[in-house]
Design a protein around this ligand. Sequence first.
Ligand SMILES: *[C@@H]1O[C@H](CO)[C@@H](O)[C@H](O)[C@H]1NC(C)=O
Ligand SMILES: *[C@@H]1O[C@H](CO)[C@@H](O)[C@H](O)[C@H]1NC(C)=O
Ligand SMILES: *[C@@H]1O[C@H](CO)[C@@H](O)[C@H](O)[C@H]1NC(C)=O
Ligand SMILES: *[C@@H]1O[C@H](CO)[C@@H](O)[C@H](O)[C@H]1NC(C)=O
Ligand SMILES: *[C@@H]1O[C@H](CO)[C@@H](O)[C@H](O)[C@H]1NC(C)=O
Ligand SMILES: *[C@@H]1O[C@H](CO)[C@@H](O)[C@H](O)[C@H]1NC(C)=O
Ligand SMILES: *[C@@H]1O[C@H](CO)[C@@H](O)[C@H](O)[C@H]1NC(C)=O
Ligand SMILES: CC(=O)N[C@H]1CO[C@H](CO)[C@@H](O)[C@@H]1O
Length: 436
Amino acid sequence: MVYNKYASPVVSVFVVVMIFSHAAAYDMLDPTGNITIKWDVMSWTPDGYVAVVTMTNFQMYRHIMSPGWTLGWTWAKKEVIWSMVGAQATEQGDCSKFKGNIPHCCKRNPTVVDLLPGVPYNQQIANCCKGGVVASWGQDPSAAVSSLQLSVGLAGTTNKTVRLPKNFTLLAPGRGYTCSQAKIVPPTAFYSSDGRRRTQAMMTWNVTCTYSQILASRNPTCCVSMSSFYNSTITPCKNCSCGCQNRNNCVQSGSEIRSVVGMNTPSNTPLLQCTQHMCPVRVHWHVKLNYKDYWRVKISITNFNYATNYAQWTLVVQHPNLNNVTEVFSFDYKPLIPYKSTNDTGMFYGLKFFNDVLMQAGADGNAQSELILQKDVNTFTFKQGWAFPRKVYFNGDECMMPLPEDYPYLPNSVHRIPISSSALGGFLLLLLLGFW
Ligand SMILES: *[C@@H]1O[C@H](CO)[C@@H](O)[C@H](O)[C@H]1NC(C)=O
Ligand SMILES: *[C@@H]1O[C@H](CO)[C@@H](O)[C@H](O)[C@H]1NC(C)=O
Ligand SMILES: *[C@@H]1O[C@H](CO)[C@@H](O)[C@H](O)[C@H]1NC(C)=O
Ligand SMILES: *[C@@H]1O[C@H](CO)[C@@H](O)[C@H](O)[C@H]1NC(C)=O
Ligand SMILES: *[C@@H]1O[C@H](CO)[C@@H](O)[C@H](O)[C@H]1NC(C)=O
Ligand SMILES: *[C@@H]1O[C@H](CO)[C@@H](O)[C@H](O)[C@H]1NC(C)=O
Ligand SMILES: *[C@@H]1O[C@H](CO)[C@@H](O)[C@H](O)[C@H]1NC(C)=O
Ligand SMILES: CC(=O)N[C@H]1CO[C@H](CO)[C@@H](O)[C@@H]1O
């Protein structure tokens, strides 16, 4: 017995090491999540081709927020971009050898960004011009697509002579993606709006980009705090959950900053309210009520960033009782089922035109929901921190949790030390089961 008690944590530590070593390419809660970039060569031209490039965000809960994506690649030979619709190259490069008709971009490694909404119609194509903002697949598949069209010159003019671009890069605010090599796939079929006429791309190649935690910022960007009806302790976010390097530039709450910063300008540099945790976002989980067959949780998300409105935000929660969500108020909810055997993870997101934008820090900088869960008599308990989430992600980034021994705990329950170590052990066991 004594031996078992110690053997399990050793195995668990090993598992955790395994998980972190896989972290770069693998998201346990969204194992197939990726962004696919598809090039459809629509027609050949005298010196190249016209292609429609479509970026589809298949990630369940990770969107691309303002100021949007940046796509780059390296041409295989001396290709140029004659023109582009629905996007633009950030630099033209050296086009000095062209006279008269000057290409849009002559760089060997072009960098392309989306156009803003409201550009003239002749510069638009379907799914373009959203300022590079792309929704997550789980939230809105119809808005999870971004397209552009480009006319390429000095390129091959048949499917035998064309060369695929190399070294694709995809950047999104605050994060990096790692992209595969382009791979020739069966040409895309297109259907007319009445579905009767079928046309086909001349040639299609795909590139798959996966979220890379290593490229993304090293510090967490959100933290979790907790409270319960059965204990008056409020467990705050851990100090410096998101790193404290911004502490000298933070803004005291209530100070008059409206005159200092341009409001509503999305920015990569957060302007944070001074807090102990120094996170731009805090998620609070309150165990609110206990009914006979049900229990009730209140979730509050608070924005401490004066520089950003989080549009199309997502919140992912892992908790064993999410398989029996009965009702969710004020948020949309969708279960995520990465593994057939478990149904303990779900995503929450705002209701359109109501709270789908988490406003900048201040009086309106929060969004709240309550949920009712049905108890499973075999597993339900308020002991050992069971009522609190195992993992929380905001906008696809994992939030820093309090230490298990700091969770509000049920008065007069078992002794303190076993509580925390078994809660931690159970958490690790959960990881173990989830991973294999
Ligand atoms: C990308 O995501 C789609 C949709 O989830 C999936 O079908 C496809 O297999 C994924 N591709 C890769 C290379 O993971
Ligand atoms: C190239 O085009 C020809 C004729 O359209 C077609 O038969 C062939 O399968 C294509 N090859 C590739 C690799 O797409
Ligand atoms: C692509 O990237 C690899 C590794 O960074 C580099 O070795 C290679 O030269 C690059 N290819 C082109 C065409 O830039
Ligand atoms: C290429 O990407 C598209 C999404 O744009 C996807 O539907 C298709 O299945 C992909 N093809 C392959 C072979 O992965
Ligand atoms: C967190 O910071 C507060 C205020 O500076 C301090 O009172 C508290 O002891 C700190 N907690 C920890 C665990 O360091
Ligand atoms: C997962 O749980 C949700 C409720 O949260 C339920 O609607 C759904 O049917 C469950 N799916 C499976 C496969 O058990
Ligand atoms: C409430 O939880 C805190 C933190 O875990 C604990 O220190 C405290 O003893 C609990 N209160 C009661 C009345 O048990
Ligand atoms: C009490 C209750 O409704 N339990 C159900 C929770 O959900 C699982 C499936 O996800 C059911 O098998 C349980 O009966």
